[in-house]
Design a binder for this molecule. Structure first.
Ligand SMILES: Cc1ncc(COP(=O)(O)O)c(C=O)c1O
Length: 346
């Protein structure tokens, strides 16, 4: 069996020995009773990092989005977002199931929509329509290929949501990837939105957990819904310690993942049957098209798997590879060779 290069997601990383040591020595309490000192420390640190009055630690990115949606929306409300958005596609219909909210998807290039598109999607007042209550932006955008929202464009979205009275939520599961790639502080984006979430269990390399941040009343509501959705955790300081370790050690190194993603994209772009413009690779996600001569994306991914290269088919003709802290440049070169071989061009 060849050595595995696991490019399925940046969620597959395993805690390093140093992170495990930080977990082992974490001071803990009962976070449902509000007295886990490590969780409190993480929440305060993230509130400051994101420039928000309050923050709440939650078990997952999905829960972060869904408590934020539930804190804002009531049945009959509508959420506007790009059609690729995670909270619309991969959270099991959470907005309708948990908040009674409908979703109005916008089709935009690589997940980054314009103020004009948003404005056109907002419902007029009237007794027939859902109430346009919330807009969501995803930065970086996962299905779009790790796309970074330009700050100026997000600012134009902000102008519309403020003027039209919508809550603007930023799904920043990979916000730090955008910030490192553009040399921006997280507040550059966070100051433009009413609420923001961020994951520790993706590029930052922690095993579990996300943060949601916003105003105090918003976070108080999120707190209630976290409990309702079953996300109250007791000695969660063990996990929060890993998140603190990740913030201390794993942010700046995201640049390496971006370099590896570029290396992969440039290495495979020339292979016949693979469609990819390396210039579109901005962070740690590489999406490429698979031409019919190579079979379906699914069958191509299966051939790669036989060669120890693990990635996902994300559509009938699309594959996605994600770089992360457990993949080295040498492994990327192995992945390039494996792709070449699976495409029959070695
Ligand atoms: C953009 C985005 N938001 C939210 C999530 C959900 O995170 P989790 O898997 O922790 O629920 C993901 C997961 O990949 C994601 O890519």
């Amino acid at each position: 069996m060849p050595e595995i290069v696991d490019l399925r997601s940046d969620t597959v990383t395993r805690p390093s020995p140093e992170m495990r040591r930080a977990i082992a020595v974490a001071e803990v309490g009962d976070d449902v009773l509000g007295d886990d000192p490590t969780v409190l420390r993480l929440q305060e640190r993230c509130a400051a990092l994101l420039g928000k009055p309050a923050a709440l630690y939650v078990p997952s990115g999905s829960m972060a989005n869904q408590v934020a949606i539930r804190a804002v929306c009531e049945p009959g409300d509508e959420i506007i977002l790009d059609e690729t958005t995670h909270s619309y596609n991969y959270e099991v219909g959470g907005p309708s199931a948990l908040s009674g909210a409908s979703v109005r998807p916008i089709a935009s290039p690589r997940g980054v929509y314009t103020a004009a598109q948003l404005e056109a999607a907002i419902r007029p007042p009237g007794s027939h329509f859902p109430n346009s209550r919330m807009a969501i932006v995803e930065n970086t955008n996962n299905r779009g290929g790790g796309t970074i929202w330009p700050v100026e464009q997000m600012a134009t979205i902000r102008e519309v949501t403020q003027r039209r009275g919508l809550h603007l939520h930023l799904d920043g599961a990979r916000l730090m990837n955008a910030c490192v790639a553009r040399a921006l502080k997280p507040t550059a984006y966070a100051q433009l939105v009413d609420s923001v979430c961020m994951c520790f269990s993706k590029g930052l390399g922690a095993p579990i957990g996300s943060i949601v941040a916003g105003s105090k009343p918003f976070i108080e509501r999120c707190h209630r819904f976290r409990k309702m959705f079953g996300g109250g955790m007791r000695q969660a300081g063990l996990l929060a310690a890993a998140a603190i370790y990740a913030l201390d050690h794993n942010v700046e190194r995201l640049a390496e993942d971006h370099k590896n993603a570029k290396r992969l994209a440039e290495g495979i772009a020339g292979i016949r049957g693979i469609g990819l413009d390396p210039k579109t690779v901005e962070t740690n996600i590489v999406i490429f098209a698979v031409a019919p001569e190579l079979g379906t994306a699914e069958s191509f991914a299966a051939r790669l798997r036989e060669r120890g290269i693990w990635l996902f088919a994300t559509g009938p003709t699309r594959c996605r590879a994600v770089t992360h802290l457990d993949v080295s440049a040498t492994q990327i070169d192995r992945a390039i060779a494996g792709l070449r071989d699976a495409a029959g061009r070695s």
